[in-house]
Design a protein around this ligand. Structure first.
Ligand SMILES: [Zn+2]
Ligand SMILES: [Zn+2]
Length: 372
């Protein structure tokens, strides 16, 4: 079946400069700072001037060419900024409003959005062919730049309350939304047990999510000391270093031999996925967030009777302004504090250096702040 998609007319926004600096993907381990045109605006768009952004593990997959993105694409999908221009059809906002935009920018009106799987949005303009609703820095230009275009701006501009700083909101666009969603999708119940495999930025937020949902026991699994320390601050009450002991045996020991109610996979490796299956009690849930490279196999041998009645659920980062508003409320009321996860800070002109450090996980980096 083919769909005819009409291109949306866009023009240069008045009062904005003609060019800007942006991080452009140019091939294997090459993301370069270049002078490029400021994005044009259409009736349902906004142009946001970026004040703060960051680099995601997914951007590193792009940098390494493990995830395909067209050369020439501006990368990045975690923006905080100020509205610089508004399309004619966008109402209730003003130039100068501080906004947070989610990594996923749903249209709000397609089949998937109307069925409440906004992350899988198929859109209804010229960017419909993509993986879910992830557009920024993927199917359209991203946010590691001085300006970016917000598609479906009415559904995606989340105003930042005056009492929150840019820094407090930065990690909500993707990693907090994604991480916390693992506990939501698994429907963690009060008093349950949850293990979170890998305490990278997303895993740390999944740990926070399990804690927020009322788990009695949250077990953080990793091998890097500062990540395990952060895991405890984010809500883990037991830590397992998988280089020191078999993580499945450790989880069984901590749960009276039964296994956890929910195991969260936040790394994207066959081994951690398998550990999750093995560490989950019969009838429990494996909640998968990881971006798996290549094939993922589900071994049935240990769970031959109906695979132990276990459920496997998956989530892609929930986006949209209402999701962002709720996450900002969690920060405002002191339920989550992600400040400690930002370990390094760079100017946009140092972004190539930032990719080197973050991509190679040097110097105990968790997340980097990038300031255009
Ligand atoms: Zn991301
Ligand atoms: Zn949609």
């Amino acid at each position: 079946m083919s769909t005819t998609v009409q291109p949306v007319p866009r023009q240069r926004a008045e009062g904005l400069p003609e060019t800007m600096r942006a991080a452009v993907f140019r091939g294997h381990e090459s993301i370069r700072l270049e002078e490029v045109p400021v994005p044009a605006i259409g009736p349902t768009d906004a142009i946001v001037k970026v004040t703060l952004t960051t680099i995601c593990g997914t951007d590193v997959h792009i940098w390494r060419e493990e995830y395909p993105v067209a050369p020439g694409r501006i990368i990045g999908h975690e923006p905080v900024g100020v509205i610089a221009a508004l399309g004619d059809a966008v109402t209730g906002y003003a130039v100068g409003d501080r906004v947070l935009v989610g990594a996923i920018t749903p249209c709000g009106s397609c089949f998937y959005c109307q069925n409440h799987v906004e992350a899988q949005c198929s859109g209804h303009d010229d960017e419909w062919e993509m993986i879910g609703g992830w557009r920024l820095g993927n199917s359209i230009d991203g946010v590691q730049a001085e300006y970016f275009r917000v598609p479906y701006a009415q559904a995606n501009l989340a105003k930042i309350p005056d009492d929150l700083t840019d820094e407090q909101c930065l990690l909500l666009a993707d990693i907090a939304s994604t991480g916390i969603s693992a506990a939501e999708t698994a429907n963690v119940q009060i008093g349950q047990t949850v293990a979170v495999f890998a305490q990278g930025p997303i895993g740390l937020c999944a740990t926070a999510g399990a804690h927020l949902k009322g788990a009695a026991l949250v077990i953080g699994v990793d091998a890097i000391e500062n990540r395990l320390t952060l895991a405890r601050r984010m809500g883990a009450n037991e830590l397992v270093d998988f280089t020191q002991e078999d993580p499945v045996a450790a989880i069984k020991r901590l749960t009276g031999g039964r296994g956890v109610d929910v195991a969260i996979e936040a790394l994207g490796k066959q081994e951690t996925f398998q550990w999750c299956l093995e560490a989950t009690r019969p009838g429990g849930t494996v909640s998968s967030l990881g971006v798996y490279g290549g094939k993922l196999e589900i071994p049935v041998e240990p769970y031959i009777y109906g695979i132990g009645d276990k459920k496997i659920v998956t989530t892609l980062c929930p986006g949209g302004k209402e999701r962002m508003r709720k996450l900002m409320e969690l920060v405002r009321h002191g339920r989550i504090d992600l400040g400690e996860l930002v370990t390094h800070s760079y100017g946009l002109d140092q972004i190539e250096e930032a990719y080197e450090l973050f991509g190679n996980q040097r110097d105990g980096v968790v997340k980097v702040a990038i300031r255009p």
